[in-house]
Design a binder for this molecule. Structure first.
Ligand SMILES: NC(=O)c1ccc[n+]([C@@H]2O[C@H](COP(=O)([O-])OP(=O)(O)OC[C@H]3O[C@@H](n4cnc5c(N)ncnc54)[C@H](OP(=O)(O)O)[C@@H]3O)[C@@H](O)[C@H]2O)c1
Length: 282
């Protein structure tokens, strides 16, 4: 396989940094991006090209960054929409600014970044776009409506977008990781919004303590997770010989949750079949 050129957002830590290292180890080229490029100096030393890219930048700025990126190696074969963060809080407490901030980085960011890079992929009639969604992209969790909402929105948009570009030689995959030991739940990347309502205080306290306890103890290894994502894109390792998937559940916790959800959905569909099918004109 000829070396691919990757561009990955949010490579200062976690999955992003691990993917850059893995991509380089396979002989591909990679443009590592971050909103603060001082944080990715080590990736440059490892052989990556680096570029400043804040996914919440205005679309026009993202288009300029895409043009600069496309000029580095002459093409962009794989775009990984990885950058993201987590905002916790009760739906009733979250302000319009809170919703905008969470959707800005986790939904509008990947969408506008994809729009910026698409012209290059359409021109070359090939490309792969990876959307890093989440377990929270297909399930709901109390106190996580902001994060879940942003990831569900990305998953839905990506699923619709897939059919728009499949005839143009462009593949898309949505990756749903379970809990992996990255910086995602560390202070700085996570925002805990307080509640104004006594009714929610016990639930919020319990949830925040639980999530703070999870930080640093997640069973998922981001180096292995990143390698599996690269396997899928390159059709290597456990992905060898398999058809390129529309979506992927990464980590045993996420896989088990997806299976349970599918089974529960089927049971619900069966239970409500008569009512569901009773609405057409006679
Ligand atoms: N770890 C998990 O358990 C898990 C589970 C499901 C989904 N995910 C998803 O995986 C992706 C990567 O997260 P991670 O787990 O690797 O956590 P991480 O270590 O916190 O990495 C998040 C990255 O996103 C970057 N970022 C945040 N806002 C940005 C912006 N506006 N522009 C550019 N970069 C930005 C951060 O950069 P800074 O250093 O500048 O903050 C950081 O490099 C996220 O989309 C996350 O939602 C993770």
């Amino acid at each position: 396989m000829a070396p691919l050129v990757w561009l990955i957002t949010g490579t200062s830590s976690g999955f992003g940094a691990a993917m850059v290292e893995d991509v380089l180890s396979r002989g591909d080229k990679v443009i590592a991006t971050a909103r603060n490029i001082d944080k990715i100096a080590s990736l440059k030393e490892a052989g990556a090209a680096i570029l400043k890219l804040d996914v919440t930048s205005p679309p026009e700025e993202l288009k300029k960054t895409a043009a600069e990126a496309a000029g580095i190696y002459g093409s962009i074969d794989v775009l990984v929409n990885n950058a993201g963060n987590t905002h916790f809080g009760m739906l009733e407490d979250a302000t319009p600014d809170d919703w905008q901030a969470q959707f800005g980085s986790n939904f509008f960011g990947p969408i506008y970044t994809t729009q910026a890079f698409l012209p290059y992929m359409r021109k070359q009639k090939s490309g792969t776009i990876v959307f890093i969604s989440s377990l929270a992209g297909f399930q709901g969790f109390s106190t996580l409506s902001l994060y879940c909402g942003s990831k569900h929105a990305m998953t839905g948009a990506a699923a619709s977008f897939a059919g728009e570009v499949s005839g143009l030689g462009i593949r898309t995959v949505t990756i749903n990781p379970g809990f992996f030991r990255t910086s995602l739940l560390a202070t700085g990347n996570t925002r805990y919004i307080d509640t104004r309502f006594d009714d929610y205080k016990p639930m919020l306290k319990q949830a925040y303590e639980q999530f703070e306890g999870i930080d640093g103890n997640q069973v998922g290894d981001p180096v292995k997770g990143a390698a599996r994502i690269v396997d899928v894109v390159r059709g290597e390792g456990l992905a060898k010989g398999k058809e390129f998937p529309a979506s992927l559940y990464l980590g045993p916790d996420c896989y088990a949750a997806a299976v349970k959800q599918a089974e529960d959905n089927l049971a619900l569909l069966k239970e409500w079949k008569e009512l569901s099918n009773s609405t057409d004109y006679s």
